[in-house]
Design a protein around this ligand. Structure first.
Ligand code: ADP
Ligand code: MG
Length: 212
């Protein structure tokens, strides 16, 4: 039998839902249980495209809205060869934000349809599991001040949440909605259980294509 592939596990949710906290804990727990796992995050600010995105998010530069959307997508595509290589080596990838954030954030801007926003990401490696950390924007705001980056504005986050809800209606994806108001440890236990199941299922399946 050929080598079992790793699973692509994505964590999504509004700002401060706990994605980064849970990604780190999940990778650590998977490794401790003897599995190969690595964390990735989007945008990946280390590449040339990622640096353009980073300057935009930090409000050090302005970019036209369609352009920035395509840069976010290109930033995912440029990492696809590496992602596939790792998955095929049996490494599970735990990803902090993916195409869903890309689509939710741009489609929250006036004049952008969900469909237009989804198109550039069609065909990306399809996640075996998308964990959506659901947190009411008012609760998110209680987790400390929103930062100073672009998009970290309460009203905009509410529209983003509505766009995520539209994306979650897609039955071709394995969405699991998690109540992010729970404690860090309770959330972790839930996320770990879902992830272990997804890893077992993914082992014997080819890598899928997103939204195709
Ligand atoms: N379950 C939780 N309950 C309370 N506070 C949390 C929880 N998870 C994370 N936090 C805190 O909320 C803040 C945002 O967490 P973070 O993981 O950075 O969120 P995200 O990556 O989704 O923006 C951090 O200060 C973190 O310590
Ligand atoms: Mg984060």
């Amino acid at each position: 039998m050929s080598c079992r592939r790793g699973a692509l596990i994505v964590l999504e949710g509004v700002d401060k839902a706990g994605k980064t906290t849970q990604c780190k804990k999940l990778v650590q727990a998977l490794k401790e249980s003897g599995r190969q796992a690595e964390m990735m995050r989007f945008p990946d600010r280390t590449t040339k495209i990622g640096q353009l995105i980073s300057a935009y998010l930090e409000k050090k530069s302005n970019l036209e809205d369609h352009t920035v959307h395509l840069l976010f997508s290109a930033n995912r595509w440029e990492l696809v060869p590496l992602m596939k290589q790792k998955l095929e080596q049996g490494i599970s990838l735990v990803v902090d934000r993916y195409a869903f954030s890309g689509v939710a954030f741009t489609s929250a801007k006036p004049g952008f349809s969900l469909d237009w926003c989804m198109n550039p990401d069609v065909g990306l490696p399809k996640p075996d599991l998308v964990l959506f950390l659901q947190l009411h924007p008012t609760e998110a705001a209680q987790r400390g001040e929103f930062g100073t980056e672009r998009y970290e504005v309460g009203d905009f986050q509410k529209i983003v949440m509505q766009k995520f809800e539209l994306l979650m209606k897609d039955p071709s994806l394995n969405w699991q909605v998690i109540d992010a108001a729970k404690s860090i440890e309770d959330l972790h236990a839930e996320i770990k259980t879902h992830s272990e199941t997804a890893i077992t299922v993914a082992e014997n399946q080819p890598i899928g294509e997103l939204w195709k």
